[in-house]
Design a binder for this molecule. Sequence first.
Ligand code: ZN
Length: 319
Amino acid sequence: MNKLPTLCFLICFSLSFSQEKYAKYNQTVSSVESNMILKVIPVKNDIYMIEGLGAGMGNIGLFETDDGVIMIDNSFEIIEDMITEAVREVSVKPIKYIINTHYHYDHADGNRAYGSQNIPIIAHHNVRDRQKKETKAYGGIYTALDNFYVPKHEENELPTLTFEKEFSLHESKEEISIYYFGNGHTDGDAIIKFQNSNVVHTGDSFVLYGLPFIDISNGGSIKGFISNLEMIDSVCDENTIIIPGHGGLSDQSQVQKLHEGLAEYYSKTMTGYQNGLSIDQLVETIETSLGNTSGFGDPVQVKRNFIKSILLENNIIVE
Ligand SMILES: [Zn+2]
């Protein structure tokens, strides 16, 4: 008789602990559910993009093959029905494969929905390893991501086909190359190129919202992010259509612009620090072609955090 209150106490305690820990994740998911509007945008040939308006989600890429749809990223589990409906605007065929560009919840939370439907999911092996466990994003660039914990995925919600360096799909006269260029945004970023159509989905290895979020706590590297932009540039030409991780359709010149702006940030930060500038002086003096734009919070604060993060990855800790 005494066991019941004890059990209840333990369950209630553990539930409230979980809810507290996952507060930011739960808040994001409910905001996605109430604010998301999806828009299907034709890209080229049988390739489409689903862009999420009103709440942050990664761009989804779609390719209709002869016998199914290949989906790149799958956004949030909670809007699975909306996503499936948007896919139906493109094709009534079943989803044949899903490709994850990386493990982040705004791109691959939908694994919880689609993985359990036995749809094969292709990803870098580090995506599977990360989703097996609870994750905590690096908050150092965007303070909004401080203490952002994401619950682990169950076994049937994980990528089923994993790769190390490169993976290829040959579907309906299209050759699809999936590249891994090394640690950058995370330690498991895939860049997908539709070779015949000359369309590239970059995931968050290229974004259009200003200073990018780089997940240093989960294998990300600012230096690596910059060199990965060079690698993306090398698989594109002036006619390539680029689906970025976030933002509208883009092209090679924008990748080059981001590369140039970030490389300037990096070298000006390191040179300035070596010349004795304080963090305040660095924040005040660094001007680059990228400007001070940021989609997340106060741009000056983001700039400061970004500079500190560059120093941090060079083992320099400043207040
Ligand atoms: Zn990301």
